[in-house]
Ligand binder design. Structure first.
Ligand SMILES: Nc1ncnc2c1ncn2[C@@H]1O[C@H](COP(=O)(O)OP(=O)(O)O)[C@@H](O)[C@H]1O
Ligand SMILES: [Mg+2]
Length: 389
């Protein structure tokens, strides 16, 4: 039999109480017990309950509300608290989550969003949470700038989110001069520097309720606003911890890197399941690629996770794909066609290429690359065949 979890609504607003009651009745798995604005009544009620949910609206009494949340979450371990407010500033969300709230929803309530949150907590509280698929960290790397890393990371991450509908994080490891934000025309309210400085406080619930999704997809972008002060002294340990938190929260993490080969980059590479090593087809680039492969070998990166991705590929290039494979002694994993017009208009407009022209060879190439990465069977069996443009 389905469990039903007793739920108490706390709000000064009669209309909010009424609406929550209606939604809870419709949702069914949470049993609406009472609505009140009296904190002591809530405590008395949850004392008697084995498991409970409290939904508290702190719009009018923010400080008292937060104190109360802190009290319940510390005294009643089996009670979950969802905080609502009509002033959902990031600082407030962070405070609420730090004192133990399980979620934060902004008012006015959007039914679908509310039901998503209820579903997540119901599964969590009843132990019916489906096993999360294993996270894959995909790093888009080259020790050279200008080969298309950011263009690839951004479009690939979005396609992965669209295809799998799972949570995908796109992170920009170029803390100071990252340009992911420009590619998506974004001003993120949350940034990696903050995460790195608060690694001990950040967990899955915190991330999913604080991060902004890109439009209506399941892509979360973790970047610093341009020119944000660089996170000081980022240690390898911090980067590893950051990846471990991201792995717990997301199904895919796509990492955009800068051209460097410093400890941050090496750490990201070591923490990756798949490294898309981007190169273009010309002699200096291929020589550079060779040298980089040697370096990868020296630092002990497993060869199987490093894959060659040719960007700006042209069918009639003087150097053929076979030549490249011969020089590098490795199969080409994927080729992205050269399409300057589509790429430039996407970058200039701050939108993904699929929005400029979903039928362009470029958009299709990103989509198929995401398909291949998202389906490991497919990936293992057909890697070589499907890489042809
Ligand atoms: N497949 C492509 N076809 C045409 N131009 C491309 C392609 N990929 C990238 N570019 C262009 O190359 C330039 C550098 O791309 P970017 O993603 O910023 O490289 P990186 O991150 O490696 O420095 C951009 O101006 C972009 O328009
Ligand atoms: Mg870049």
């Amino acid at each position: 039999m389905k469990q039903s979890i007793p739920t108490i609504v706390v709000s000064e607003q009669q209309s909010t109480c009424e609406l929550l009651k209606l939604y809870l009745q419709e949702f069914e798995n949470f049993n609406f017990l009472a609505s009140t604005s009296d904190f002591s009544k809530v405590c008395n009620a949850i004392k008697e309950l084995e498991k409970s949910l409290v939904i508290i609206d702190i719009s009018l009494y923010q400080e008292q509300g937060l104190n109360f949340v802190s009290k319940i979450t510390s005294e009643f371990k089996n009670c979950r608290v969802i905080v609502l407010s009509d002033k959902p500033q990031v600082d407030l969300v962070i405070r609420a989550m730090r004192i133990g709230a399980s979620d934060f929803i902004s008012l006015p309530l959007i039914k679908d969003e509310f039901f998503d949150v209820l579903t997540k907590h119901y599964l969590d509280m009843t132990g019916a949470k489906p096993k999360k698929s294993k996270c894959r960290v995909v790093t888009v790397y080259s020790n050279k700038g200008g080969v298309g890393k950011t263009s690839i990371a951004a479009n690939l991450a979005l396609e992965l989110a669209k295809i799998t509908k799972e949570n995908v994080a796109l992170i920009d490891l170029n803390f100071q001069l990252g340009d992911i934000t420009t590619f998506f025309d974004l001003k993120p309210s949350f940034n990696i520097s903050y995460m790195l400085q608060n690694l001990d406080k950040i967990n899955e619930d915190f991330l999913l309720s604080t991060l902004e999704k890109y439009k209506d997809t399941s892509l979360y972008i973790l970047a610093d606003p341009p020119y944000f002060k660089q996170a000081d002294n980022v240690s390898s340990k911090d980067i590893t911890k950051l990846f471990s938190i991201l792995r717990d929260t997301f199904s895919y993490v796509v990492v955009d890197t800068f051209g460097g080969f410093d400890s941050k980059a090496i750490n990201a590479l070591e923490n990756s399941d798949l490294i898309l090593f981007v190169t273009i087809v010309n002699l200096p680039a291929l020589r550079n690629c060779q040298r980089c492969m040697e370096l990868f070998d020296k630092i002990g990166l497993e060869d199987e996770k490093i894959q060659i991705l040719i960007n700006r590929y042209m069918e009639n290039d003087e150097i053929s794909a076979d030549d490249v494979e011969e020089v590098l002694g490795k199969n080409i994993y994927w080729k992205i066609p050269n399409n300057y017009f589509t790429m430039m208009s996407a970058i200039n407009k701050g939108v993904p290429v699929s929005m400029i022209n979903p039928d362009s060879n470029l958009a299709l190439s990103f989509k198929n690359l995401a398909l291949m990465i998202s389906d490991s069977m497919y990936r293992q069996n057909f890697t070589k065949k499907q890489g042809r443009v």
